[in-house]
Design a binder for this molecule. Structure first.
Ligand code: GTP
Ligand code: MG
Length: 389
């Protein structure tokens, strides 16, 4: 862990070249957006992006991902731009990282590692830090397994061998730390689920693609003062605030970590307890940036992620944000036709926010009798009971 955090610090001032391989029939536009996203991710991680190189291939090259001709182009571009880091939009195997690094003479990382580094820097609470450390260790340990196999193979032909030993020595403490972290996170999760059971109000979670304006919306609805930034993954430590609705009802409104395409699986698993908050919610506000050129694709990613988390059956309100932007306004008719019942708001100016409060209130499960706040019943226990009039 210490190693990878040090690496994050060291990489802060690095000059990076982005590389993307479009495999098979992947759509060109969506690949272009993915690359633009990678550039923003690299910028968030403190990498100075010097340029990008894209290649279309029927299938990835097992040794280098890119073809040999392209490898030469990358070598030249790296030298010309004085880049010391290659950032791939695609996932790389441990062997590919080693081979590329040796061939180009630069550090190499893939999208997953970049996202992990951003999470490592931004996590503030003890829980978020443990979640990120777990994801990083799992990522590293999977790499070591691969490298060990490779070492045995290469050792056989005399190209490498003893150099791999330190890796093996590090693996046992790494696996021990993974077990410790998992246990600690499970304890936090159990405590949290007990607290959840005892909550006196329904829970509404704000979910959506990263940078859609979720934290800004939490602030607009509750005056929470949550951290807002025009960066991907501004929020890793989420806030919950009490929401007061016009008819007098209350709900707990929770901000969440943003989704992104190809969210690393290790991260999803490590953030399980945070994400569980979402699947245990009584209602979701799914926020999308109506002004984004790829809003439609972001909607698909959010739908897919919610399905993976088994949160796709929770009553949800689609909220298209940033209607103060001209690009967003131009898209409203189409989005309204595609998402009946969606709301259009500007979390920044407050436009549409009161209407949203009304919709949240009317969308929450209706109480068959007034819910006695401050009584012994929790919202969940009360909801589970049959209506007795
Ligand atoms: N123009 C405009 N910008 C907005 C609006 N809402 C949010 N923004 C901007 O969008 C950027 C991202 O906002 P956040 O609230 O941090 O977005 P988020 O969804 O919480 O992002 P992550 O936490 O990174 O996933 C910030 O620069 C906000 O000021 C809006 O209604 N209109
Ligand atoms: Mg946020």
């Amino acid at each position: 862990m210490a190693t990878s955090l040090n690496q994050s610090a060291r990489r802060a001032a690095e000059r990076g070249l982005l590389v993307q391989v479009i495999i098979g029939r992947q759509c060109k536009d969506s690949a272009a957006d993915s690359l633009a996203e990678l550039e923003r991710l690299a910028d968030t991680a403190g990498v100075v992006v010097t340029g990008s190189i894209t290649q279309r291939r029927d299938r990835p090259d097992p040794a280098f991902l890119i073809g040999h001709g392209k490898l030469e182009e990358v070598q030249l571009a790296c030298r010309a731009a004085k880049a010391d880091l290659l950032v791939f939009d695609n996932d790389l195997s441990a062997v590919q990282v080693d081979n590329l690094s040796a061939a180009v003479g630069a550090d190499v990382m893939d999208r997953t590692e970049l996202i992990l580094q951003i999470f490592a820097r931004r996590a503030r609470s003890a829980e978020a830090q443990m979640q990120v450390e777990l994801a990083q260790l799992q990522y590293l340990s999977s790499r070591i397994q691969a490298t060990e196999k490779q070492a045995r193979f290469r050792g056989g032909i005399g190209a490498r061998g003893p150099g791999e030993k330190p890796f093996q020595l590090h693996k046992a403490p790494m696996l021990h730390r993974i077990r410790v972290l998992k246990r600690k996170l499970e304890e936090i999760q159990e405590r949290r689920s007990r607290t959840r059971e005892g909550r006196p109000w329904p829970v509404v979670s704000i979910v959506g693609y990263t940078n859609a304006g979720k934290s800004t919306l939490l602030n607009a609805l509750t005056g929470a003062g949550a951290y807002v930034d025009d960066r991907l993954f501004a929020t890793l430590d989420t806030k919950s605030r009490l929401l007061f609705m016009p008819g007098g009802r209350k709900a707990i409104l929770t901000d969440t970590v943003g989704f992104i395409r190809n969210l690393p699986h290790g991260l999803v698993a490590s953030f399980r307890s945070t994400l569980e908050e979402i699947s245990e919610s009584d209602m979701l506000l799914i926020v999308a940036d109506a002004g984004h050129a790829y809003a439609g694709e972001h909607v698909s990613v959010v739908r897919g992620t919610l399905k993976e988390m088994r949160a796709d059956r929770i009553p949800a309100l689609w909220v298209f944000n940033k209607t103060d932007c001209a690009e967003a306004r131009a898209r409203i008719p189409r989005l309204a036709a595609e998402h009946s019942g969606a709301l259009f708001v500007s979390a920044l100016t407050g436009e549409g926010v009161d209407a949203l409060k009304l919709r949240i209130e009317s969308g929450l499960p209706v109480a068959a009798r007034p819910f006695a706040e401050g009584g012994n019943d929790s919202w969940r226990e009360w909801r589970k009971r049959p209506a007795d009039g």
